[in-house]
Design a protein around this ligand. Structure first.
Ligand SMILES: [Zn+2]
Length: 431
């Protein structure tokens, strides 16, 4: 046997029998068309999406998604948080290898964040069904409830309850700005499942998530796809500054108790400290509890601070520095105090599973090498606590996300779908 013959024989021997039979392939046209079709529920005139978790449009797309999964032989389970598990049987019994993401969006969201991951999972199931391809392990598509946290705070709520990070009681009792709870909405839409929302009740063999990058790294590098090796840590806080409202015309500048002045300094300080520590700081929500008027000094300011870092120790240092700085600013601002500082949610940095990441890495081999630590939190952070997890990113135009102009090309979507299918099949044949 020549050297090249023996090399070929070795490669063949390494490919499991199941992979040598009619290997499934992604139908790029169908994936793209179905993704756009699913955006009929919640689309906005500017081309974006407004499909807040568990609103009527979210319920419609969920029902449609379940039907599509059932058409390709899936058994569907909905848990007590409304998380959807569509499972296609494999040769063996046992927990499924899952492909999960979310269908809810920001109020000014785009058509790809989360939606891509769910629709690519459906396409993988369709491709397997069409090819008559049976994986060793069952395969699952998962729709996690309220990933965005735009309607019900905090984000990644459905997967957090499944992972035991939050209790069911906590998850179901979250309310939106109108006082409507998660549980009420689950009941109204008949998505209050009887199965416990728990990684013990519904275990997973692994979790793969395809997602748009939501940042500019891939677009800048002109690379279509990336291996995601982990997720950076983040913490959210709600901070209240108490001053004293008074008349804009009669209160001299040097006698004002103006919380807005302190707030502006804090916003600048947060920016500077984030740069200093190599992290990120964002104030994305700001308002006042008191009624506002053009000729009144504000009584109070309430704002949300989001800080992130890929290193947990540096994250501690960044938070400590921000706390010291904000306290100093409040102290030197006449009549203004830091009335409260509430931690809303926190997530530690995550390193994804080496084997699952390796499957993604090998599935990406045809493309330029690109590895990323995710800047955004994802449901995969929660699944990684209980099963091997990995993520795939595809490029999005100008790195824009959470905005109607969020966009990924049809070609990149096809690449993402193919890499997801390949990575899942590789994992299936390895474990
Ligand atoms: Zn997302």
């Amino acid at each position: 046997m020549s050297t090249s013959q023996s090399a070929t024989a070795t490669v063949q021997a390494n490919i499991p029998v199941s992979l040598r039979l009619s290997r499934p392939a992604i139908n790029a046209q169908r994936l793209n068309d179905t993704l756009q079709l699913s955006c009929q529920w919640g689309s906005t005139p500017d081309g974006g999406m407004n499909r807040l978790a568990l609103n009527d449009d979210d319920a419609r797309v969920r029902r449609w998604y379940i039907e599509e999964c059932q058409k390709v032989g899936c058994q569907v389970t909905v848990d007590a948080m409304g998380n959807i598990f569509a499972v296609r049987p494999g040769k063996n019994q046992g927990p499924p290898i899952a492909m999960g993401s979310h269908l809810d969006t920001q109020p000014t969201g785009g058509r790809y964040d989360g939606i891509l991951g769910c629709l690519a999972a459906l396409e993988v199931l369709r491709a397997c069904h069409e090819a008559g391809y049976l994986t060793n392990h069952p395969l699952a598509a998962i729709v996690w409830t309220n990933e965005e946290g735009a309607r019900f705070i905090p984000s990644m709520l459905g997967s957090a309850v499944w992972a035991g990070v939050k209790s069911l009681e906590f998850g179901q009792s979250r309310v939106d700005e109108g006082g409507v709870s998660v549980r009420e909405e689950l009941e109204r839409h008949s998505f209050l499942g009887v199965r416990a929302s728990s990684h013990q009740e519904i275990p997973l063999k692994a979790h793969f998530e395809l997602h748009i990058e939501q940042g500019p790294i891939l677009d800048t590098a002109a690379h279509p796809v990336a291996v995601v090796t982990g997720v950076q840590a983040f913490r959210w806080f709600e901070i209240k500054l108490q001053g004293r409202g008074s008349h804009a015309g009669t209160t001299p500048m040097h006698l004002r108790h103006n919380p807005l002045t302190a707030f502006c300094e804090m916003a600048l300080s947060a920016d500077q400290l984030a740069i200093q520590f190599g992290g990120l700081a964002t104030i994305g929500r700001v308002g006042s509890l008191a009624a506002q008027s053009t000729n009144c000094i504000l009584d109070d300011i309430v704002f949300h601070l989001d800080i992130r870092h890929h290193d947990d120790d540096k994250m501690d240092q960044l938070e400590a520095a921000v706390r010291v700085s904000f306290a100093q600013i409040a102290e030197k601002t006449l009549g203004v105090r830091l009335a409260s500082w509430e931690a809303l949610t926190a997530s530690k940095g995550v390193q994804f599973d080496p084997l699952a990441v390796d499957c993604v890495r090998n599935a990406c081999k045809a493309y330029p090498k690109q590895e990323i630590i995710s800047g955004a939190g994802h449901d995969s952070v929660n699944t990684s606590k209980h099963c091997p997890t990995a993520m795939i990113f595809i490029r999005c135009k100008d790195g824009i996300s959470h905005h109607p102009s969020e966009y990924s090309t049809r070609e990149d979507i096809a690449v993402g779908g193919s890499v997801l299918l390949d990575a899942v099949c590789r994992y299936d044949s390895t474990v």
